[in-house]
Design a protein. Structure first.
Lengths: 144, 122
């Protein structure tokens, strides 16, 4: 795989509930957070939601930092591992845009495609930048 | 019920721990597969384990293989939690000795049902 066709619409993916991968267009990296569905997964505990969001707000920048460092050092294993963590962390909030972007980066790392990984990390950083304030709002109950 | 959870990612681990505690279980929480293996091979180990697939050190599949080989009795009910994207990998997981798997983001009701299955088996 080469990074030349970035942003290649056909290479975007997102999870369906059953774990199958489905194709996404770049604009679909945007998040639509669904507070009701997220809370349903937490037995309705707003307290737990607030705690998990707080943890993610602390963890996400650390993961991004680790991914930047890994990319700089050409450490594809560390890059993939951190992208995998970001994918899992975001999926707890049903933040599929972030999960998809992280999956893309994880795949680039696995494929040894540094050029594509650079673009994928940039895309992931953008979507995480939008996700964090969205989650912070969710914490205050102001986002549906 | 005493349950071991192993996940190297903070939010996922905390969510699992909090929910299981809310449901009345006693939770032992570790951050990697090596620690999970050390806990599960102890004499008074939890009989139920929820193992993230991808972890540093031993991954979830390695833990399943090692426990089935080295500590077949008393039986440990092991579930793999996975964000794996290709279904064929799941066969590998089940062949390692895992009883079942859940795909992240897992549904809490599905997790409850799997735990009931575990209780029936044990």
């Amino acid at each position: 795989m080469s990074g030349g066709n970035w942003p290649g619409r056909e290479r975007r993916a997102n999870f369906r509930a059953d774990g199958e991968v489905m194709l996404k267009s770049p604009s679909q990296y945007d998040e639509k957070l669904d507070r009701t569905s997220i809370l349903e997964r937490l037995d309705g505990s707003q307290e737990l939601l607030a705690e998990l969001i707080q943890l993610f707000l602390e963890e996400a920048p650390q993961l991004i930092q680790a991914m930047r460092a890994a990319l700089q050092q050409g450490d594809l294993q560390a890059l993939g591992r951190n992208a995998h963590s970001m994918k899992g962390a975001a999926s707890n909030f049903l933040a599929y845009g972030t999960s998809s972007a992280a999956l893309r980066l994880e795949q680039d790392a696995k494929n040894g495609d540094l050029d594509s990984a650079k673009a994928s990390l940039a895309a992931l950083e953008q979507v995480v930048e939008r996700l964090l304030p969205g989650l912070a709002n969710l914490c205050q109950g102001s986002v549906k | 019920m005493k349950i071991l959870i192993a996940d190297d990612e903070l939010v996922s681990r905390r969510m699992l721990q909090a929910l299981l505690t809310m449901w009345g279980h006693e939770v032992i929480s570790v951050q990697d597969g090596n620690a999970a293996y050390e806990v599960l091979k102890q004499v008074d180990a939890p009989r139920v384990a929820l193992l993230d697939w991808v972890m540093p050190g031993k991954d979830g599949v390695d833990v399943c293989r090692a426990i089935r080989r080295e500590r077949p009795e008393p039986y440990t009910f092991m579930l793999l939690l996975t964000a794996k994207d290709a279904k064929e990998n799941l066969i590998e997981g089940l062949e390692s000795g895992a009883d079942d798997y859940l795909i992240k983001p897992w549904d809490p009701n599905e997790l409850k049902a799997r735990l009931r299955t575990g209780q029936r088996i044990l």
